[in-house]
Design a binder for this molecule. Sequence first.
Ligand SMILES: Cc1ncc(COP(=O)(O)O)c(C=O)c1O
Length: 534
Amino acid sequence: MIAPTAKAASPAVLLQLLRRARTNSMMVMATSSNSTFSTFPAASSSSSASTSTSTPATLESLALSDPPRAAHAIRAHLSKGVAALSQNIAVSASGSRVLCSNGRNLLDMASGIGVLSTGSCHPRVSAALADQASTLVHAQQNIFSSHLPLARLVDRLLEVTPRGLTTFLFANSGSEAVDNAVKLARAATGKQNVISFDNSFHGRTMGAMALTNSKTYYRKGFGPLMGGTFATRYPYCLRCSARAHDPQGSSWYKLAPNVPPVGDPYADRKCCQEPLDALRWLLKQQTAPEETAAIIVEPILGEGGFLTPPPGFLDGVRKICDDNGILLILDEVQSGVARSGTFWAHSQLMEVGSTADILVFAKGIASGFPFAGLASRPELHENLTVGTFGGTYGANALGCAAAAATLDVIEEEDLVGNARERGTQLAAGLVEIAGRFRSIVDVRGRGLMAAVEFGGGGVNGGGGGGGSVEEALRIPAKPGIASAVAAAAGERGMILMTAGARESVRFLPPLTVSAAEVDEALGIFEKALGDVEF
Ligand SMILES: Cc1ncc(COP(=O)(O)O)c(C=O)c1O
């Protein structure tokens, strides 16, 4: 394992593997590319390791001796439906660094899409996994009443989950947890319909996909989708028509409105009510409260571009739920587990003590081990028929051990505080950079989830010209600009992802990220912006 602070050194193990692999002779027909960070092209069926004519090489050895060829040869055997940001082949990782078989040591500003909360291979989490792996790997939840890591995890979860949400159900992915949340809401209420929001992402399973509205391609061609779903508007303050029609609209909207204390927080400005009105009308016109089991919402949109609702919005949704006997499902798969600078994002966006009926978590909960779950009010489970929920791997012992260790590390290393401090540093840096780049129209998010949206012009002091928001938004963003910036960052050694249907990039570093790494990320980002012509 490389030290968390290591920057460019290749570990001895990689050299060893590389040397071993180079002694093999390889003849793999595959298209090679010099760029390691262009989006992966569709693999051709002729690109296959099976075309080898001399000593057969394993794909693993090729990955070390000829990474570009290997990247294509391996992908030829993987589903074309899965996208890949780069052609890098990961070998080892530590903290905020990922070492690839081509020798590149990348700065990780994606953390496996918000998964590696404690950084890659945190010694404490790795030790917990190793220990558990040699003690008890799987004690199936239908066979045993519990097991020790599960008991440890429940103890730890009860310390961090909102008051009243004391019944847990575990799953293997965010999507599966969302599906279970919907099942639970339907079973507990005896109602069928579920409302989600535009720009939302809740997953790719048949249930979660039907609630996902961030991009059409997540659903196109996969119908018929689960029935009983409805979509309504999520606040998008930058593009809110209420703001645009407000004579003071441009003046109150500042770059980074949601990134206190960096931008111009508008904590005293409540939601303009348009999205809440739309929700009320949806309940009048399309799905009656008597038929609506739940409303599912991300407190901060993840895949949808880190849109952060203004104060009052989530409380408004909570009230509509309460007034109409509808359950509130908060999907904190991406925003939860210390990511936003509070343990749960909703706790800084809702009135004190206000929370969900069902809270969904995944990603950062187990530092990279596939683990997810939901926390909910106990009474929702009271009338469930035994056996209707479950799953072979739910509450898996390794997952529980990884999650419990993750929660230990988050507490002991004060990663909530680090997310807040490094998040402020990151946001401040991004706002400063926005001042030098005309095309940046927004910097938003909370804690260590920060996004930059590109438009076609400048905005406020941050637009390299001081134009108004309206001016900036009238000029559409150059299509592909976010992907181009992410690719340029990749070429410069930083993993950066895009987000949403519009042109945005998102920063989601490990919660252990250091001040020096944030500075480095900002430096690379600014250079990447300079690399892209727009
Ligand atoms: C908010 C949210 N919900 C659900 C999911 C689905 O999680 P998974 O990919 O683990 O199925 C994601 C994944 O990105 C997410 O961001």
